[in-house]
Each structure stands twice: as C-alpha cells, then as structure tokens.
Design a protein around this ligand. Sequence first.
Ligand code: TRP
Length: 332
Amino acid sequence: MKRVLSAIQPTGDMHYGNYFGAVKNWVDLQDKYECVYGVVDYHAMTMPYNPKKLRENTWDVIFNLLAVGVNVENLFIQSLVPEHTELNWILSCFSSYGQLTRMTQFKDKSAQNKAGEESFISSGLLSYPILQAADILIYKADFVPVGKDQQQHLELTRNIAQRFNNQMGKEYFVLPEILFTETPKIMSTADPMKKMSKSAGEKHSISLFADEKVIMKRIKSAVTDTGEKTDTMSPGIANLFMLLKASNKMDIHTSLMDDYNNNALKYVDLKEAVAQTLIELSTQFKAKKAEFLTNKKDIKNQIKYSSSQIRKIAQETIKEVKELTGLGNVRF
Ligand code: TRP
C-alpha cells in the first residue's frame, strides 16, 4: 500500500475552508492509502508564539481532526517524534541556502515580521521547509496531499532528497509526489473574492464547531451579487453553490441550479439551504468532539501511543541515514 503523509500546524480553530480544502480529503484518503498525519508543533515556533497556547492548540487540533473522522492510529504529534529534528539537521547540510531564501512563504512571512512590532526574523523561519522535507522523507512517503501554496516546498523536498541520494550514491529517499486532489476553494462569505481565512477577521471564516446562530448570521449576510446583471455567476453565489456541492447535497444543488438557470432563484432559498447544511454538519462535528472530550485522558494516551508507533518508522530511517552518512551508530 502506498503511503500518504500530510501535516497541519496547530494554529487554533478549524474552519470550513480548511475542512473542504484539505482535511476532508485526509479523511477520504484513509480508505485508499496508509496515511500518516502530523500535528506539527515544531513548525508553529517559527513565528512569535505563546507556549501555553501552543500546547492547547496542539491538543485542540487533535480533537478537531478526530471529530471530523481522522483515525486515531494515523495521527501523531510532531514533537513526540523528535527524530524529525535530527533528520532536519542532517538534511540542512544537503539544502541550498540560496534556494531557501527564494521560498515565497519565507519572503511573505519575513516581510510580515519585519513590518511587525518586533521586526524579528528567526532562522527557523528560513529553514522551516527543511523540517517539512524531514517530515515527509522520514516516512518515505509516496504522496503528499497539499494545496498549491505548498508546491514550492514539495519541490524543495524532492531537490533535497535527490541531492542526498546523489551524494550517497544510493536511491535511498523516495521522491515524494504531490497529490493534487480537486478540492473546492471556499471563499469568505463576507468577501467572496478572498479565501476563507481566520487572519482576515472574524466575519471571514466559519468555524467547523460554530453555533447555529453564527452560521445563520454568516450565511444570511453572505455577499451575493452587486445587483448588476451579468452573464457569469457572481463569486458569492458560486461560493454558496460550492458549499452545497462540497457537502454532497447534490439533490438540492441541482434543483437550485435549475432555478438559477431559469432566472428563478431566490437567494433566500439558496442561503437557507446552505445554512441548514452547515448547521447539520457542525452539529455532527460538535457532538463527536464532545464525545472524544469526555474521554480526554484516554484519547490523549491513544495519541501518545500512536505517536510512539509512528515513531518506529522514523527511528528506522534515522538509523539507516546515520549508517549512510558516516554518523555514529550501533556499529560505531
Ligand atoms: N508547511 C505546511 C503548511 O504550512 C505544513 C506542513 C509541515 C506540512 N510539514 C508538512 C504539509 C509536511 C505537508 C507535509 O501548511
């Protein structure tokens, strides 16, 4: 069975953009592949952060992932597998400094930090894609499901693996392939030209665990169109249809789309359908999360156990890498 690896940073609440754009796909992939999914807390230290919040967010993301259907045995917490940082160092010696400085995400984030109060740019922010490469290569993953924004990091990962393999004279690391699944890009209901995101402000995202009232408010106030008649569907309407489709509500989607094509669509009907759909989903997610949280201690132990099982793969890789690279090992 081919292996899939992906990871998510523990940066707080999860919204419908994250769910339909990525996490739902993680859940579906579990039927077809051996899946390893990490909550990457080491990665979350690259920008100024709060230690207490980091730990809280890490567990929160774990419970969120479980609530939406990720299997507990596929999940690990990155810092419970410290071999990632060991491989990170080794791979940093096979990574090009110049290439790192050309990463779009580094340029964006360092500009953001420079403009901020502290104007501090950690070297971790620069080397972060090497840690990402370590996350992937340590499990010899065949496929990595990520969005287009991570394509550059995946190419870097392949470059590092290739350079390592060349210098060691052995096809040791698997060159991972990016797994592009057609996932819908959900837009902000308040500004359908922008991606749904937390950082843009409260009204630009809808939490997976939002209350009925909040969902109603966001959908009822969703921007539809500017009133002008155009030949193409407005981004706001398209986004609402997209939410129905992504939720597999095809019957209602088809019937409302017929209305749209006959110029008979009432926006209130579309909004009502979307709101009910999301309320239904969030009700399920909330119930699941509450169920897991009543067994909090037990679940945490299960995650520690799954991390320790997944760690075995990482330890094996490190052992082999040390052998190949001339570092100390059992035969030293
Ligand atoms: N860099 C990714 C992001 O910002 C998160 C990530 C870290 C990741 N390690 C990974 C994604 C390994 C895929 C594989 O979203």
